[in-house]
Write a protein that binds this ligand. Sequence first.
Ligand SMILES: [Zn+2]
Length: 210
Amino acid sequence: MARSFSGQSPSFPETLDPDGWLRPALRCPSPNFNDRPPGEVVSLLVIHNISLPPGQFGGGYVERFFCNDLPVADHPYFLTIQDFRVSAHCLIARDGAMTQFVSLRDRAWHAGASSFGGRTNCNDFSIGVELEGADDLAYTAAQYLALTGFTRLVQKFYPAITRERIVGHDTVAPGRKTDPGPAFDWDHYFDLLNQPSIGSPPLTGDPSCI
Ligand SMILES: [Zn+2]
C-alpha cells in the first residue's frame, strides 16, 4: 500500500468522530471485532508490533491480514497464520501513516489471552495500536511522533488511560508475547508525551459522544 510521507509531518490524528473513527487516518475496516462489554470503560492502551512477512515492511500484508484477505500464495509464512482472525484498532506504518481497522468504541482482537491489573481479557477494556516493526529493529522517528499524537488524542477521550496504563503486549501476555520488544524506546516515547508541543491535536470532537 503506497503512501507518501514527507518525513516532516507525521500523520497526527486530529480528532475522533463520535463513531470512534480517527480523522485523519486511512480506514481499512476489519470484520474482526465485537462489542465491548456493556458499560465498559476503556482504560488501557496496548502497544504491539507486527510485520508481514516478518521483518519486511510496506507490502500491505498487515492490512490484508487484519481484513482476512491474506494472499497465502505470496509467502510460505502466510500459510501458518491464514486461519487467524485478529485485528488491532490502528497500525502505524514505518513512515508514520496511520490506518484504522476497528472503531475505538468496539472491541478489537489484538491482545488474546491476557491480563492487566487483576483483570483478564484485556481486549474488553483496551485499545490496541500496532507499530509496523520487529522486536529488535529500531522504530522510526515518524512512528514515535505518530504514536505520541495518537496517544495524546485517545487520552483526551479516554482519560482512564493514564501513563501507568500504557503497556506493551509483552506486559499483558508475559511469556507468550514479546512485542513491542527491546527496540521500543519507552523513555523516548514518554519523553515525547511529556512535551505538549509534540503531537498535540486540537480537541475538536465531543468527548461526551464516546
Ligand atoms: Zn502484539
